[in-house]
Design a protein around this ligand. Sequence first.
Ligand code: MG
Length: 379
Amino acid sequence: MFADYAVRVEHSRGRRYPEPPHPYRNDFQRDRDRVIHSRAFRRLDSKTQVFTRRYSDHFRNRLTHTLEVAQIARTIAAQLDLNVDLVEALALVHDVGHPPFGHAGEKALDSAMREHGYFFDHNLHALRIVEDFELRYAAFRGLNLTFEVREGIIKHSHDYDPEQFPELAEYLLDQRPPVEAQLIDLADEIAYTTADLDDGYEAHLLSLEQIRSGVPGFDSLFQEADRKWPNVAEKLKFNEALKRMLDSFVNDLIGATQMNIQKAGVHNLDDVRTRPYRLVSFSADIEKQRRQAKSFLYSTLYYSPALDSEKREGERVIRELFEFWMQNPDSLPSNYREKAEIEPLARIVCDYVAGMTDNYIYEQHQKYCVGLGRQPPRS
Ligand code: MG
């Protein structure tokens, strides 16, 4: 049972290279499976989300974060009678464009690119991965994903200006993405906001008192858990409160989105696409709570001195390696050297660096920068 504004796989605009249908998997299910079987997806396991492996093997990395987003997004999609197969494919692919070292890595790669007159954007990079870099099929480069999945990669979290990005014209930049793509961004927010409180607490970087005073929504849920289970361990009450916080975000997103859809008089996919604003949102009250939690995490965790030295280390590794390959393009692997004959060198170096895992980039840095005495004195 689909809502009348859901994306229907039989109405898909299809793949770049037509393929015969599969006997029992539809095109969105096949796209989901192609993402899971891609190299870029497997590499997420060795990419930092917030905490590096130095902290603990049971904190989220980009792969487990991605699985949590997929679980949350599927739940929401099913309640809204959306296309769950499409949502699952979009959730699983949503972070494949991220470079090593989390947001610090993204910032460093972007500023290295800007020095050469370009920029780095993880959604655009994800599109390059699925369109070109993944080599699994004899008949074409990339994963040959359906239009709707490629469109969602570009548009799930960000509206690109059609004038600034004429090369993305096929993705209908003047239209909103389907509800399936819109909800990925907020499922992502729900997943990382709750997960980062959890890992921050487990890492002893955030105390219970700090979280309770900085995140009022969490505090009232913790008090509830405390009244119900006064004698259990603090971490179990913490878990109960956090679980309820996640649940209340999900519940609210479902209810508020249903209300938005009803109020807007949306009856089909075209109505979704031609609306001036996105239809997926939280209510004003939960949106306020989410923002409070997010700004709490920014001030206490993401920019905390405890994570700072590793972030700076990651930025330095990216900056030095990027410059090394700009000066020594002959040291790039042969397939990248060949590409550099057609595309700007900075773009090719950026592609190479962005695809690396945290482990691999450290190895490369060791090989090309440290051994050659390029390492500046540590501050
Ligand atoms: Mg994410």
